[in-house]
Design a protein around this ligand. Sequence first.
Ligand code: CS2
Length: 458
Amino acid sequence: MERLTLSTLGAIAGDAVTGPRLDPRSLSIGLVHLGIGAFHRAHQAVYTELAAAATGDDRWGEFAVTGRSATVVQQLQPQDGLYGVLTKSSERSTLHVVGGVRTIVNGGGDTAATLAAIADPAVRVVTLTITEKGYRTGSSLGVLATGLAARFRAGAEPISVVSCDNLSGNGEQLRRLVQEHADAAGPADFVTWLRQCVAFPSTMVDRIVPATTDRDRAEAEALLGLRDEGLVVAEPFGQWVIEDNFAADRPAWERAGATLAADVAPYEKAKLRMLNGTHSLLAYLGALHGYSTIAEAVADEQLYDAARALQREDAIPTLEAPPGTDLAAYGDQILERFGNPHLRHTTIQVAMDGSQKLPIRLLDTARDRLRAGAVPHHCALAVAAWIVYVHRGQDRLGRELPLNDPLAPVLREHAAGSEEGLVDRMFGLREVFDEEIAGQDAFREAVRDATTSLLKLH
Ligand code: CS2
């Protein structure tokens, strides 16, 4: 089967397939993205292309940098940067070919081209999806800071750096980390320029993007009549809320449905705690129950009730509703989205990187509830499910549950041994449970009770 490329693009047809809204050959590079994974390809890259098409603005072609693996380079480079987004709903699947990614380089290789791209005055935006752990390990941040220093030396044109990761206050966190790099490296006038001429808007990003399977690729091939190795899969829903704080020109993302807001915090907090927090609860409880997908887990009445209770009894009391949002209805919509059986979003995919995700999406909720004098029993159940997932390493049918986590060795070490002291050993992990949370006896007791119940069940 022929590959999707600029020369075969003209062959695509069918009412379920749409091609790039602008001729990819007409685009000049105006944006650098660090961390081109599936989520970025199904989310920001789609908004950027639609925004460019809505305004006929051909200045926003993307220079994309992969993570450490060269896989995405091998998927996209032979396809002239083209890839499909296969959107799956109960009605049908549709496929849109995105043409905005014009250059792809391997983030694990030579950084010279990336530094030159960030320094290029024609580039006015850098976006990032480097995952929660990327803010702790720092390799992408080093490249970003070095690229900004190169930009400063090359004429110091202003630029906006936009974090698109699932973190609260992601823009401010990114600014602080880049500033630390700059303070350490200097020189002083670069540090001043960074403060005055580089904006770090915060954002909230939302779209469920399960890992692409061979079955997805086969479905896309049938629709396209071409082989697409760069295919990504997504739900119909998407949301992007961006702090209206830019240092230079940018794509008209609001023309593609993004929301520009003065304050993104209410949106970020609601999404992290009501979507991502319940996602983790369903991932760990569902995996232990033997459910392969989130859709199967949320179809289980007990698990559905646990997720809804986490939203309503633990999360919502800690939230300020974003403008025009009914949080209870927002929560029900999230659970309905989780139930989309066509996505086949796996419990073990969501279960990845728990040590990096739990503090942000569950323990921050627990902290707020404990400070308010309440015991967050549903957060405790989610934490207990994670502990049992790590401890047991298998579901109730004896099938292995993979531990894909940057802290896997130390997690295994703390989770090994008797069930007796299991929760206390895990609470000793300061990378996950900080002093305040670890010192909350009522929460620890709730986690211990939930862990004991789960261990009896599985
Ligand atoms: C998920 C997120 O894998 C996970 O941790 O909770 O990737 C989730 O699908 C997205 O944040 C949805 O916007």
